[in-house]
Design a protein. Structure first.
Lengths: 185, 137
């Protein structure tokens, strides 16, 4: 039974993600997570400020259920299924991150420098999270989708806008990993 | 409770992402530095297998639970919005190591930081909604 506690190889994870997409469509809905951000905005009363959010959230309640499932699945994963969060990262990546001041690199899923409570309660750490969150929320709605909606659903159904969006994702990710992270740390 | 299946699917998807390390900040950093195949293998194989199913959907060989033809929504066109919006999203993703789905999953791992990410992302989506008519396409 030990395999339950082992990390999934890419050729297990990728196909299982595809199966999730297939089931989502089989259940009659369009796969994509970032639309749920809008539904949550509507739920929080954003319709008072902009017609953009004047929608019936009940028509998207399946997305909210899915998002709730993601949270529950995360709790199950973190507490029961991943006793060892070590990531078999490229030693070169570990070295580079250590060089710019990261500690405990790849001994856990998330670096303390960004995700620990200590970081969250520092001005720098707080701003890092807030600015990235704003960019994620704004960017994904402007682009019309995120990794699930554009990269996986859009590319697999051969949609040109999704190719542009994914190119954008990588331009942004490269700017972040090559320039912003080494500058702010 | 007709939506319970989406709840269960969410739980399944979250476990898959967690077990494949596809929510790990380090994995995404490594991906954007092109220093590992892991994430490319995950995303790439997910796309290829989904593409096969998309063809089956298109030909009506697999229909949805209600017996309807499955048609993925057509994404909105607009060169500027997709590329620039995508780049903004990518910068946020690259710094925080979290894209939309994983933010919800990370709540189960690092509650406080993920909550700040989520609230800010909702605020970002809200700002987009306010400006949506004024932004270039």
């Amino acid at each position: 039974m030990d395999f339950i506690f082992e990390p999934f190889a890419w050729f297990v994870g990728g196909p299982l993600i595809a199966i999730s997409l297939v089931l989502y469509f089989y259940f009659g809905k369009n796969f994509g997570t970032s639309t749920d951000f809008e539904t949550l905005c509507t739920l929080a009363g954003a319709g008072k400020f902009s017609d953009y959010f004047k929608k019936d959230w009940k028509e998207r309640d399946f997305g909210l259920m899915f998002a709730m499932g993601l949270v529950i699945g995360g709790i199950i994963g973190s507490h029961f299924l991943i006793p060892d969060q070590t990531v078999a990262l490229n030693p070169k990546t570990i070295q580079e991150l250590t060089d710019i001041g990261f500690t405990n690199v790849a001994n856990q899923y998330f670096p303390d420098e960004i995700f620990s409570n200590e970081a969250v309660f520092s001005l720098k750490g707080f701003l890092i999270l807030v600015v990235s969150g704003l960019l994620i929320g704004f960017g994904t709605r402007y682009a019309g989708g995120c990794t699930s909606g554009h990269a996986i659903t859009g590319l697999s159904s051969l949609q040109f806008p999704s190719l542009l969006a994914v190119i954008g994702f990588f331009i942004g990710g490269i700017i972040a990993a090559w320039f912003i992270i080494p500058t702010i740390f | 409770m007709k939506n319970i299946k989406f709840l269960l699917l969410g739980i399944f998807f979250a476990i898959v992402l967690s077990k494949s390390q596809a929510i790990s900040w380090f994995r995404f950093y490594e991906m954007f530095r092109f220093q590992s195949f892991h994430m490319f293998g995950i995303i790439g194989s997910a796309i290829v297998i989904s593409a096969v199913f998309m063809q089956l959907f298109k030909r009506g060989m697999i229909k949805d639970i209600h017996g309807n033809l499955i048609k993925p929504k057509q994404k909105e066109k607009g060169f500027f919005r997709t590329l620039v919006g995508g780049t903004f999203f990518g910068i946020g993703w690259g710094i925080s190591g979290a894209c939309a789905g994983p933010i919800f999953v990370i709540l189960g791992f690092k509650f406080l930081s993920a909550l700040i990410l989520l609230i800010s992302a909702l605020l970002g989506a809200f700002i987009y909604g306010l400006l949506s008519k004024k932004l270039p396409n």
